[in-house]
Design a protein around this ligand. Structure first.
Ligand code: SAM
Ligand code: FES
Length: 317
């Protein structure tokens, strides 16, 4: 389980599918303060989350200096908890500085591994640069998450095969796969969403291709089907990212229409998702949830983590 903090919906990019793209003048923009973010982290820690995902649009307000301050602030208070960043494309130096300040992981979906499709969907952006960012992040030492959308307009099965081949080659530690869902204030508003069947098929194939990968059963999947996240877990998913953002901003982080969990308090989200996972026949593990292969590589102590998980269970009881 990872607690998701959507800390800014300002974005200088213009990804055609995205509800918080620069050109969407209907978007009600917000930024969380450092204090707001820390409050989310405190709530997260109380709920047992040992990983926080700080996600946002590409917002120049959050310079390296500001991000480093936020990362240090969290790590000083919770040195054993993991920080995942998802802030889009930045320079090698910027990724390195944030890693050195204590960030552990970085999520940057490649979105689609087909250049023509990528170029059409990302005006002013570069297919090669995004892929280079993923390589840079890996080289610096982050646990890296790539990923793609399923059911994008004009996307064919051949494009999805490209995605599978790309992730097999890159071998990311995580892979975020979710259906494309139209947003009413974007140029793709009249397109159809990706399907549950195709998305869960992709999850299953990625699980087979990369047995150790951390594979989120996404909020987008839960938004196209009332039990989408359960089905995603059954197909091979092993991560969920319940929302920790303040309820006052939830609706504003509107990437697509019909997003679930916009009105629920963090504690409600946690209980809800845990209940769903249990009902689906699985057990929730509330640890840092590092990639297994990465842990072996870094000599991480499995016994210690087991004891920590057991302690949390006792505290919860
Ligand atoms: N700005 C960062 C980045 O570019 O990686 C992180 C935020 S971005 C909103 C997070 C992810 O949302 C994207 O990687 C994209 O796959 C997904 N997303 C955006 N619009 C979407 C839509 N309409 N349907 C489904 N997923 C969407
Ligand atoms: Fe920037 Fe979507 S266009 S987060």
């Amino acid at each position: 389980m990872r607690g998701l903090i959507e800390f800014t919906n300002f974005c200088k990019r213009n990804c055609v599918y995205c509800g918080i793209r620069r050109s969407n003048t209907e978007a009600d923009r917000y930024r969380l303060t450092k204090e707001d973010i820390m409050e989310c982290v405190d709530i997260g820690d109380r709920l047992g989350y040992k990983t926080y995902v700080l996600q946002g649009g590409e917002d120049d307000y959050f310079t390296d200096e500001v991000m480093i301050e936020i990362i240090r602030m969290i790590k000083e208070k919770y040195p054993n908890n993991a920080i995942t960043l998802s802030l889009g494309e930045r320079s090698y130096e910027s990724y390195k500085k944030m890693f050195e300040a204590g960030a552990d992981r970085y999520l940057l979906r490649h979105e689609t591994a087909t250049k023509e499709l990528y170029d059409e969907l990302h005006p002013g952006a570069s297919f090669e640069e995004r892929r280079q960012c993923l390589k840079n992040l890996k080289e610096i030492g982050y646990q890296v998450g790539a990923g793609f959308m399923v059911g994008l307009p004009k996307q064919t099965n051949k494009d999805l095969v490209n995605d599978l081949l790309f992730v097999k080659e890159l071998e990311p530690h995580m892979c975020g796969i979710g259906p494309f869902i139209p947003h009413k204030d974007t140029p793709l508003k009249n397109n159809k969403a990706g399907t549950l069947e195709k998305t869960t098929t992709m999850l299953a194939l990625v699980r087979l291709l990369l047995p150790n990968v951390l594979l989120p059963s996404t909020t987008a999947l839960g938004s196209i089907d009332p039990t989408g996240r359960e089905k995603g877990i059954k197909a091979g998913g092993n991560v969920v990212m319940p929302n920790l953002s303040p309820t006052s901003v939830r609706e504003k982080y509107s990437l697509y229409d019909g997003k679930i969990c916009t009105g629920d308090e963090a504690a409600e989200c946690r209980q809800c998702i845990e209940g769903r996972i249990r009902k689906a026949g699985f057990k929730v593990e509330v640890t840092r949830g590092d990639n297994v292969a990465w842990k072996k590589e870094h000599g991480y102590n499995f016994v210690e983590e087991k004891i920590q998980a057991e302690n949390i269970r006792i505290i919860n009881k």
